[in-house]
Design a protein. Structure first.
Length: 275
């Protein structure tokens, strides 16, 4: 899968040839501020959007919608149904900074409030995945485990983002194992040197798999053991949001090709080490 947010506000007809060249057949479309491909979909209309994707042997398989939040996805789910899209990613929102009993209770309340929306997700044949995001309700290993334990539907899951967690391979591997049945999207994304302030591009790109210090092998090993069938998405955030990860599209291709090669090699190594 290729996240259009990696390209900022780049036009879809420039992104899709790169996706095809990389052998990517699934697209994750984001709205502003991270990209504007969701707005491009609206502007060109659903029919032209589907025709454009078909021209490059690609499908819309994920919509990421943080602006709408988990309780505002009704029309997006209906759009996903029309376009054959399987997954919508969003955030949990607050409250933040909770621990222990208070956190567990808030996770339970969040799930209860979400149940009517999961009924619509079932009707639309789509899954809602909540990213574990810093400064949100779902931001810690405990919150992720409780969400998994309490989830009322297999239409509800987690978009697993290593970036937002402690960069400890052993801990992350165990967490993957603990919540794997509800992981819908796995971001091949590490913290590196962060993404919240301006820094040299080479430092910014330590978020990409294979560039920073995080070894994804233990995480992939757990995905393989659990027969993971969801998405693995190469990911990073440029700064400021809305710009592509490189100004030149050939350089974007080179960066993604390098990261994809790392993911492929590491997945194969994880398979062998798990035998």
């Amino acid at each position: 899968m290729l996240a259009s947010s990696l390209f900022g506000y780049t036009e879809l007809d420039k992104i899709l040839p790169i996706a095809k060249k990389l052998g990517v057949t699934s697209l994750d479309v984001w709205p502003k501020v991270h990209g504007n491909q969701r707005e491009q979909l609206n502007e060109m209309g659903e029919e032209k959007f589907v025709e454009l994707l078909s021209r490059y042997d690609c499908k819309l398989d994920c919509l990421t919608q943080y602006p709408l939040g988990p309780f505002g996805l009704a029309e997006e789910m209906r759009l996903a149904k029309r376009l054959g899209c399987q997954t919508i990613v969003t955030g949990s929102g607050g409250p933040k900074g909770l621990q222990g009993v208070e956190l567990k209770s808030s996770i339970r309340e969040f799930i209860e409030k979400l149940k009517p929306h999961l009924e619509l997700a079932q009707e639309c044949d789509v899954s809602i995945a909540i990213e574990n995001h810093a400064s949100s309700l779902l931001d810690s290993p405990d919150s992720m485990r409780w969400l998994f334990e309490m989830r009322p539907s297999d239409r509800f899951g987690i978009a697993f983002a290593p970036y937002h967690l402690e960069q400890d391979e052993e801990m992350l591997g165990k967490l993957v194992r603990d919540v794997l049945p509800c992981i819908e999207v796995f971001y091949a994304w590490q913290h590196g040197k962060g993404c919240m302030q301006a820094q040299p591009k080479q430092d910014e790109r330590f978020q990409l798999p294979g560039r920073g210090s995080l070894d994804f092998t233990p995480l992939f090993r757990e995905l393989i053991k659990g027969d993971y069938r969801g998405w693995i998405e190469i990911f990073m955030h440029p700064f400021p949001r809305g710009i592509p990860i490189a100004e030149d599209l050939q350089e974007v291709f080179d960066l993604l090709s390098e990261s994809k090669s790392y993911v492929d090699r590491t997945w194969q190594a994880a398979q062998k080490s798990g035998l």
